[in-house]
Design a protein around this ligand. Structure first.
Ligand SMILES: *Cc1c(COP(=O)(O)O)cnc(C)c1O
Length: 379
């Protein structure tokens, strides 16, 4: 079976350094707010090309803390609005709610599945405070048009970089493309911990200082609480793991590019729509998304052929039960079509080219059932 992501193999591939790093932390007796976290913050900020990195508990907290801190600094009101894509992992929008703000969904582009820049301006109201694009599937969003809109309307621009560690555009890495960025190091991400972890990356010193306090019970100095905060810290163990894996991140992303390249060369099926080369050129391929008409049938066919696939994501945000009531009258046609047709092929830093070839061969053998429309009219 070719697994969607063989995470045991991923972890083993960093040994013996990973085991040694973990053992050193266990022996050190220091498990929070120690030298591993401080070193990771310095190294990840430098990697992104940004001035500050604040390590936190997970990706959702990173995004929530950015919004909460800006809300305090600029005195935004409860219910003020943040524009987010209608198609992303729910954390992007949920962070907005958790900060006491309101997510306003915007449809995505059918070409690169990212926030469709031309649809943003009509959504801006007197209460809009920020735009939060997502570098979905590992593809960095083009920031110039977004920066232009943000500047004209006085909005903050916040990257959800949870799927795009190390991706770059015009010489700038994610994390250094906007006012602030939230990263997740969930185990399956391109840079993944052995549990939950996240980070805020920014060049804004005031924002970083406030987030550092908020994430530690509102205290800069132990037991002196300047404000009410929460507990969202990165474990020393996770910081040590991430430091080992960060050293190989560019190489790992390069390997993902190789696998994606094999797929693009070898998959030759009229039933499969491949990601557009032009649109995905700068991707670090967190996900390799294809579009198919008969998704359940294709998934079942591949399963029988020994290939595990997943779907990212089966529902757009406005169709999630958690949001359905508030967005009942809204429709985002591209988000809906991608949610209906997307299929994620196996990809990782440890998948072999030979495995990618077997996936492609299996897909090329797929024929839809006789009665169904055998043209791919996905988009
Ligand atoms: C993974 C992810 C997050 C949240 O990360 P957690 O660490 O699981 O909280 C946020 N946004 C996107 C787009 C993600 O893929």
């Amino acid at each position: 079976m070719i697994r969607f992501l063989d995470i045991q193999k991923v972890t083993a591939s960093y040994d013996p350094e990973l085991q040694e790093a973990v053992e050193a932390v266990v022996r050190s007796g220091r498990y929070l707010r120690g030298e591993q976290t401080a070193a990771f913050e310095a190294e990840f900020a430098a990697f992104c090309g940004a001035r500050h990195c604040v390590a936190v508990g997970n990706g959702l907290d990173a995004l929530t803390l950015i919004l909460t801190a800006y809300k305090q600094i600029y005195a935004w009101d409860d219910g003020d609005e943040v524009i987010v894509p209608a198609f992303t992992f729910i954390a992007t929008a949920e962070a907005v709610n958790r900060a006491g703000l309101r997510p306003v969904f915007c449809d995505i582009s059918p070409v690169n599945f990212l926030l469709d820049t031309v649809l943003i301006e009509p959504l801006i109201t007197s209460r809009t405070r920020a735009i939060m694009p997502v570098h979905l599937y590992g593809t960095p969003c083009a920031m110039e048009p977004l920066k232009d809109i943000a500047a004209r309307y006085g909005l903050k621009l916040i990257e959800d970089a949870a799927q795009a560690h190390g991706a770059a555009l015009s010489g700038k890495r994610t994390g250094n493309m906007a006012d602030a960025a939230g990263f997740s190091f969930y185990p399956g991400k391109n840079l993944g911990a052995l549990g939950d972890a996240g980070a805020v990356v920014t060049n804004d010193a005031e924002l970083a200082a406030r987030i550092r306090m908020l994430a530690n019970y509102g205290a800069a100095e132990k037991y002196y609480h300047e404000m009410l905060g929460l507990n969202s810290r990165m474990d020393e163990l996770q910081a040590a793991v991430l430091r080992v894996k960060l050293q190989r991140l560019d190489v790992d992303n390069g390997h993902r590019r190789t696998i994606a390249g094999r797929y693009c060369t070898l998959i030759r099926s009229k039933h499969i729509t491949l990601p557009k080369e032009e649109a995905f050129r700068n991707s670090v391929w967190h996900i390799f998304p294809v579009l198919v008409q008969n998704r359940t049938a294709v998934q079942e066919f591949l399963r029988t052929a020994g290939v595990e696939t997943l779907v990212h994501y089966p529902l757009p945000l406005h169709h999630q039960q958690a949001y359905a009531a508030d967005y009942a009258d809204k429709s985002y046609p591209v988000a809906e079509r991608v949610a209906a047709c997307e299929l994620s092929l196996p990809i990782s830093q440890v998948m072999t080219e030979e495995e990618a070839e077997r996936v492609a061969e299996a897909l090329n053998r797929y024929e839809p059932p006789m009665h169904s429309d055998n043209k791919n009219t996905a988009l």
